[in-house]
Design a protein around this ligand. Structure first.
Ligand code: ADP
Length: 271
C-alpha cells in the first residue's frame, strides 16, 4: 500500500488541509519485482556459457593451442556453449513475444491422427538414437481448432522433454482422447468439447517438491543434467503460455524413477 499526503492550498497560498491518498500498489510492485528477477536470471543464464567461451578461448590463446587434442576438445566446448547461447537467446525472445501477446494465433481445424503421426515421425530419429520407443495412441477422426505451428511446438517440446529425461531403452507415449466437459453450451450434440493430449514417459520423474515450479521460467530440477541435455529451462514456460493462448490447461503427474505424464486439455472450438 502506498500512502501519500498531499497538502491542499486555497487560492494557491492559504493552507486548507491535507489530502490522504492511499493506493494499492502491490500488484504493480509484484510485476516490477518479477520483471527485475527475470532480467537478473537472463543475465546470469547468458553469462555462464559466455564465460565458458571466453575462458576456453583464452586458454587456447595462452598456449594450449599447441596441443592438437586439447585444441579439439576446447573448440568443441566453445562450439557447444555458443550453440547453447543461441538457443537461450531464441527462447528468451520467443517467451517475451508470447508474453507481450505479439504472436497472433491463426486457428484452423486440425486432424489429430495425421498431425500427431507427422510429429512422431519427426521425433523418431532422436528417439531411435536413445533406443526409446515412441508410441502413438490417437482415436481416428479426432480434430481440434488450433494454431497448427504452435500446437506442433507444444507437442514437440513435451515429446523432446520425454525423450531427453528418459534413459536408453525407455518408452514415450502420446495419447489423444476426446473429453466431454459440458463447458461449451452451444455444443449440446457434440460427443466432445475438449481434447486431452497426454505425453507420458518412463523416465527419471520429477520430485514432488519441484512439481509446482517446473513451469516457471529457468526452473530446472537438476541444472547439471538439464544443461547436459541442452535444456534452457524455458521450454515448459513457453509451452504453458501457448496452451493458455488456446484457452487450454496443462498439468503434470510424476513419480521419481517411474516417469512423468504431462496432460494438456484444449477446447475443440475457439470462439
Ligand atoms: P529444460 O530446457 O531444462 O528441459 P523445461 O522448461 O522444458 O526446461 O523443463 C523444466 C525442468 O522440468 C527440466 O529442467 C527438468 O528438470 C524437468 N522436466 C521437464 N520435463 C520432464 C520430464 N519429462 N521428465 C523429468 N523431468 C522433466
Amino acid at each position: 500500500l502506498d500512502l501519500n499526503l498531499v497538502p491542499i492550498f486555497e487560492n494557491d497560498e492559504e493552507f486548507n488541509g491535507v489530502l490522504l491518498v492511499l493506493q494499492d500498489v502491490s500488484a504493480i510492485r509484484r510485476l516490477e519485482r518479477m520483471r527485475s528477477e527475470f532480467v537478473a536470471n537472463v543475465s546470469h543464464e547468458l553469462k555462464t556459457p559466455l564465460a565458458a567461451v571466453k575462458g576456453f578461448a583464452e586458454t587456447l590463446l595462452g598456449g594450449a593451442v599447441n596441443d592438437p587434442e586439447t585444441t579439439r576438445s576446447f573448440l568443441q566446448i566453445i562450439f557447444d556453449e555458443s550453440d547453447r547461447l543461441n538457443r537461450l537467446i531464441g527462447d528468451i525472445l520467443e517467451l517475451s513475444k508470447i508474453e507481450a501477446r505479439r504472436i497472433p494465433l491463426q486457428f484452423s481445424p486440425i486432424e489429430l491422427p495425421s498431425f500427431i503421426a507427422k510429429i512422431v515421425e519427426l521425433m523418431g530419429a532422436e528417439a531411435a538414437r536413445k533406443h526409446i520407443v515412441l508410441i502413438m495412441n490417437v482415436e481416428e477422426g479426432l480434430f481440434v481448432e488450433a494454431d497448427e505451428d504452435r500446437l506442433r511446438q507444444i507437442v514437440m517440446n513435451l515429446l523432446a522433454n520425454g525423450i531427453s529425461y528418459t534413459s536408453n531403452g525407455g518408452r514415450v507415449t502420446i495419447t489423444v482422447e476426446p473429453v466431454r466437459t459440458g463447458q461449451s453450451m452451444d455444443q449440446e450434440d457434440a460427443d466432445y468439447d475438449h481434447i486431452r493430449i497426454g505425453i507420458s514417459d518412463t523416465g527419471i520423474g520429477i520430485p514432488k517438491k519441484d512439481l509446482p515450479r517446473i513451469f516457471e521460467r529457468f526452473y530446472r530440477v537438476d541444472k547439471a543434467r538439464s544443461r547436459g541435455s541442452g535444456g534452457t529451462g524455458l521450454g515448459l514456460s513457453i509451452v504453458k503460455h501457448l496452451v493458455e493462448l488456446h484457452k487450454g490447461s496443462i498439468t503434470v503427474e510424476s513419480q521419481v524413477g517411474v516417469g512423468s505424464t504431462f496432460i494438456i486439455e484444449l477446447p475443440v472450438l475457439q470462439e
